[in-house]
Design a protein around this ligand. Sequence first.
Ligand code: NDP
Ligand code: GDR
Length: 385
Amino acid sequence: MKTALITGITGQDGAYLAEFLLEKGYKVHGIKRRSSLLNTDRIDHLYEDPQVDDPKLVLHYGDMTDSMNLTRIIQECQPDEIYNLAAMSHVQVSFDTPEYTANADGIGPLRILEAVRLLGFEKKTKIYQASTSELYGLVQEVPQSETTPFYPRSPYAVAKLYGYWITVNYREAYNMFACNGILFNHESPLRGETFVTRKITRAVSKIGLGLQTEFYMGNLEAKRDWGHAKDYVKAMWLILQQEKAEDYVIATGVTTKVRDFIIMAFDHIGFKLRWEGTGIEELGICDSIDENKYREACGKSSNPSTFLPSTLLDKVLVKVDPRYFRPTEVDLLIGDPSKSNEKLGWSPQYDLAGLVEDMMSSDIKLFHRDLDLVSHGHKVLRQEE
Ligand code: NDP
Ligand code: GDR
């Protein structure tokens, strides 16, 4: 039985990867941060009591900023594979917390590599580093491949640049099996609520159920190559199963504007959107409603007397708020996945329509639960960003 250690196991990718590796028969160790509330929602279905004999999933408290803690955990679990997924992963927040981001996302990977070296596990332990398409930043080449020059555009991306190169350096200097997966954006029903796709699918679901009337967006023109996280964690594993340690781009090869993702999400509930105005004055307005499609997607509202979708006709549903603009933006990402297609035999199962469908149906289900609570007199408070 192989042993894997996942940093960032409580995050979107950590949860899908843990499930994937457990299904493959791995023993999985995960590092979670101490927080004042439990933050294990995404992996609760995989959890086993520590009292169970030889549990297949073991959680350790830790932090990417604590070298001794990381070294001790690696020594204890002696992993065959380490997946370093832990990071302060929000690009906009990295402008607010640049020093912490550099520490966790830049020096963090160094701490893992150095721990493996100090413990003498160079021959035993393979390392996956969660690198990112944000490294490409300001467009140098389209589409972006393993040979495209980097031009990072945020403290997050600059920190990840260090993580990328220190991984390459330890591979070359110490002959370690250390690889970068340069992953383009990947989303899912487990995506953090403040990333753009999940923000949209949550808001559109709430509008569809009558829990909200409008929402605010930043740059509608940005283009991203969006895939499904379930497909992408498989690629992480494949990267570590190869004969030779190498770096790979993982992407779909299709790019879409933020505004078109919004249109697709509304289309799921039968709403057609039209855009009026320009720049920060731009508005997304409800142009028409396909009632059959609406009912199929949203079901019977638990609170029909207070909400009819037709009341939203010609109403403004989307507005622009400059607070969501970034000091420096990444305008266009589109990956060239030829190398991973050929060498790893990897290709995504989900296309963008399948991703939107999965996220929308999951969020509608989630907010139906809220509707039930509201109809029983409970207050449902969730901070939206
Ligand atoms: P999430 O933000 O969902 O998860 C990040 C994880 O890292 C969480 O478990 C978080 O813990 C943990 N974490 C954050 N800071 C620390 C710290 N100082 N010490 C220990 N753990 C920490 O990210 P994703 O799952 O989406 O992404 C996984 C990795 O892949 C990240 O490194 C990200 O930068 C990278 N990436 C992601 C892409 C994407 O599109 N999703 C694309 C390319 C790269 P907690 O739950 O406590 O917050
Ligand atoms: P990104 O993801 O920055 O690409 O980083 P995010 O979903 O935050 O933004 C994508 C694009 O949408 C634009 N945008 C908005 N973004 C957010 N969050 N909120 C808004 O209201 C909004 N309006 C428009 C952004 O400006 C941007 O252009 C993600 C993270 O998962 C990183 O960790 C990862 O490395 C990269 O993807 C690949």
